[in-house]
Design a protein around this ligand. Structure first.
Ligand code: ATP
Length: 219
């Protein structure tokens, strides 16, 4: 990690009912991807929840989460500046594709024309030009996944958290969207934490792979 830039899990430890699920010390620099891999129930989502600030109070956490040099361990979720992608690309059905993307735009991007320009540029960068006025229900699975990622990236997150975001896609699409996601995160210089139970995802991420308890996993 260069200087203060990046996501640092500093002796992060999370336990429930006396059982430690997560023990991670790692740093993710700008544009790097680290993968947390493990079976169902191992604590992968718990580790992500600590970073997003959505950890249930039932868990005991020690250690710190530092983002770009700032301790965000106890900061409210909306102030953390992290972007999250889940299993299903959730697009609001009553808004157009452009309307969905508008939700991602930072509040300081004002003016209808400027907002529209950013949205058109984002769509064009993903080979989706001309789709701004479409109903998201008419998009293919791959198009939906791209739009959901664009919406997350438009918010200019300081870190990207991916919770099994490719698992509902069929094999060919999965590889495409996976590459698209990692390429965009690298190009934007965003530190990325991927959670998966899939070794192919971990290989494609091309970074270190750890269990939630911090054991380095060979691939
Ligand atoms: N609020 C809670 N109270 C008690 N136990 C919980 C709570 N939330 C989660 N757990 C337990 O913590 C463990 C870790 O769950 P977690 O969702 O992090 O696993 P995971 O590795 O992400 O699994 P999956 O791949 O199925 O999403 C599980 O055994 C789960 O049952």
């Amino acid at each position: 990690m260069t200087g203060d830039q990046g996501l640092l899990l500093d002796d992060l430890s999370i336990a429930i009912n006396g059982r430690t699920l997560v023990r991670l010390s790692l740093s993710i620099g700008a544009g790097e991807v680290v993968t947390i891999m493990g079976p169902s129930g191992a604590g992968k989502s718990t580790a992500l929840a600590a970073v997003t600030g959505t950890l249930s109070p039932a868990f005991d956490r020690t250690g710190r989460i530092i983002l770009n040099g700032k301790d965000i361990s106890d900061a409210p979720t909306r102030l953390r500046g992290v972007g999250l992608m889940f299993q299903d690309p959730v697009l609001f059905p009553h808004f157009s594709v452009g309307g969905n993307l508008a939700f991602g735009l930072p509040a300081n991007v004002s003016g209808r024309r400027e907002r529209r320009k950013r949205i058109e540029a984002a769509l064009a960068s993903a080979g989706l030009e001309g789709l701004a006025d479409r109903d998201p229900g008419t998009l293919s699975g791959g198009q939906k996944a791209r739009v959901a990622l664009l919406r997350t990236l438009l918010a200019e997150p300081k870190a990207l958290l991916l919770d099994e975001p490719f698992s509902r896609l069929d094999a060919e699409l999965r590889a495409q969207i996976r590459n698209f996601t990692f390429d965009r995160a690298r190009a934007a210089g965003i530190p990325t934490l991927l959670v998966t139970h899939d070794a192919e995802d971990a290989r494609a991420a091309a970074g270190p792979v750890l269990s939630p308890l911090g054991v380095r996993l060979p691939l």
